[in-house]
Design a protein around this ligand. Structure first.
Ligand code: R5P
Length: 298
């Protein structure tokens, strides 16, 4: 058995990211084989066996993927893998970190336990950690590495020549860690809003100090965009307050329709990473992931 098989990836996704990662690490990349049975079950077959295997699988739209990930881990273990590394640029179910109402599952803990049973090491980018401070608390008994894309996003803004009079806006308290980390190296001012969630597609946002944005270009920053409602609400407040332009910088943009809705709401430019396969206008994460994967397979 070879020592390391790299970047075994989802049958339809992450192809270019897997290639880039494998190239940076000088390792092969291969897709898994998947057969979908007429009744909705899946058959998984791996073509590359190794003592250590890296599985690259971003966990947006996660429910089906979690089962296929379990089967992939089983196939790799049967083929002789002693160490499995999961690289999930987007890590699902992190926002439900508490039972907000009686009787609810704490999805973050349940999914964390599930993945920790399958993988020896989990590497992700900007997981939505809020009440849970450390990713290691989500993955009992496994190594857990949370990488920050903020330096790459700050570099993107610097290269894009964001004007020095611009303001970065976090739409809610949970975005504070990201907006501050991006603004700090650029010396840009920050405003952080307050959000009340009224439903899946209904939020109320207020931005204390919004009058400071009059006549200025602003960039909305968030870790996750799902429906886009949070940023759409914030963008309409900023336009009404007289911001000269509104653009957005998002780590994980979960829904293509949300990107279109943001554009329709007057957000001039929406920039994301390539954590999710379809995302456009993407900042590549392979250079951030490669050193961490290199350490995990050593
Ligand atoms: C939650 O706090 C996240 O950081 C995002 O603000 C939230 O997931 C965005 O959801 P949506 O785009 O549906 O408003």
């Amino acid at each position: 058995l070879k020592q390391v098989a790299a970047a075994i990836h989802h049958p339809e996704e992450q192809t270019s990211q897997a290639r880039a990662l494998a190239e940076l690490l000088d390792l092969p990349a291969t897709q898994i084989d998947r057969h979908g049975f007429p009744d909705g079950e899946s058959l998984i077959r791996v073509r590359l066996a190794a003592r250590t295997a890296v599985v690259l699988w971003s966990l947006d739209r996660p429910n089906g993927k979690l089962v296929e990930l379990m089967l992939t881990a089983d196939a790799l273990r049967r083929a002789g893998a002693a160490r499995l590394v999961l690289v999930a640029p987007y890590l699902c179910y992190m926002r439900q970190d508490a039972a907000f109402q009686e009787g609810e599952a704490v999805s973050q803990q349940a999914v964390g336990r599930f993945l920790a049973q399958l993988f020896d090491s989990v590497i992700t980018v900007d997981p939505h950690l809020h009440r849970t401070k450390h990713l290691s608390d989500v993955f009992p008994g496994s190594e857990a590495v949370a990488l920050s894309s903020c330096p790459l996003l700050a570099e993107y803004l610097a290269d894009a020549g964001e004007p020095p009079e611009g303001i970065l806006i976090g739409p809610d308290g949970e975005s504070r860690q990201w907006v501050e980390a991006i603004a700090a190296p650029l010396g840009l001012p920050v405003l952080v809003g307050e959000k009340q969630r009224l439903g899946d597609r209904k939020v109320r946002v207020t931005i204390p100090g919004i009058e400071r944005t009059a006549g200025k270009p602003v960039v909305l920053v968030d870790d996750v965009v799902s429906t886009g409602r949070t940023l759409i609400e914030a963008a309409s407040l900023l336009k009404a307050a007289g911001a000269s332009s509104v653009s957005a910088l998002v780590v994980h943009l979960l829904d293509r329709e949300a990107q279109e809705a943001l554009r329709a709401a007057g957000v001039a430019r929406v920039t994301t990473t390539d954590s999710i396969d379809w995302q456009e206008g993407r900042i590549p994460l392979a250079p951030l992931l490669a050193p961490a994967v290199g350490r995990a397979i050593r």
